[in-house]
Design a protein around this ligand. Structure first.
Ligand SMILES: *Cc1c(COP(=O)(O)O)cnc(C)c1O
Length: 241
């Protein structure tokens, strides 16, 4: 199957899972965003998905997103989903004008650095960001401890004028088994605490959770944005070091 067909198949599954969720809640179907994770994939692959109508793309590496973004049309909505080092903030902000969401804010220091760089570059529009939560508690995972999420969200919402708090993001447990109810419950709880700390409605904060192995399950659990790579673009091949 080509990329366009695989994309369509994933879109269909996203839709079905969203309908299942809505039926279980007896509510109207809420839209779920599909972010096509294109890290390591050539620009031609992204163009194929673009030509099939897709606009949201996710990348993990600053150099790669900065290389790719000028090669695609300006209406691409780029999501940065990798770990962001403080010394790369300027490069990302300047080099990717179509940055629609930075999903991996994991410290107050990083939030303030991104805020400052964004305001200097784009004084008239805010950058949507998400706080990355280490919901599975593994030491190796990036992300904020659940107990510290609300405070960081408050700093972003109240003190970072260049940023708009979009919600929370998590990668979740390491086994990718498709059964991560605990991560999801942790994320939901963080969202409640964050909404209370800021004084906003829970629904105004999005949840970014779910990858190729588990996005349908994540949507049924309430995820509003899924990040799917290999199911759309095929397995990734990393060049030998
Ligand atoms: C690579 C990556 C994905 C996509 O993973 P697949 O298993 O290929 O769908 C999603 N989220 C993050 C943070 C990633 O690094």
């Amino acid at each position: 199957m080509g990329i366009a067909e695989q994309l369509r198949a994933v879109q269909d599954k996203v839709q079905t899972a969203a309908a299942t969720r809505a039926a279980a809640l007896k509510s109207a179907e809420a839209p779920v965003r599909l972010v096509a994770v294109s890290k390591t994939k050539p620009v031609e692959d992204l163009k194929e998905a673009y030509d099939a109508g897709h606009r949201h793309f996710g990348e993990n590496y600053v150099q790669e997103i900065v290389d790719k973004s000028p090669q695609l049309p300006a209406d691409v909505q780029w999501h940065f989903i990798g770990h962001l080092q403080g010394n790369k903030v300027g490069m990302l902000v300047k080099g990717c004008p179509g940055l629609a969401c930075l999903e991996t804010i994991d410290s107050e220091k990083l939030a303030r650095a991104v805020d400052k760089a964004w305001k200097a570059q784009y004084p008239d529009r805010r950058l949507r960001v998400m706080v990355q939560v280490n919901s599975s508690g593994e030491e190796s995972k990036n992300g904020v401890e659940p107990s510290e999420v609300a405070e960081l969200c408050k700093v972003i919402a109240k003190e970072c004028e260049g940023l708009e708090l979009g919600g929370l993001m998590t990668i979740g447990a390491p086994d990718y088994s498709g059964c991560r109810t605990e991560d999801f419950e942790s994320l939901m709880k963080c969202r409640e605490e964050a909404a209370a700390a800021i004084g906003c409605g829970v629904e105004s904060l999005e949840l970014s959770m779910g990858m190729s192995a588990d996005y349908e399950n994540a949507i049924r659990e309430g995820s509003t944005s899924v990040r799917v790579g290999s199911s759309i673009f095929g397995a990734r091949h990393y060049p030998p070091k």
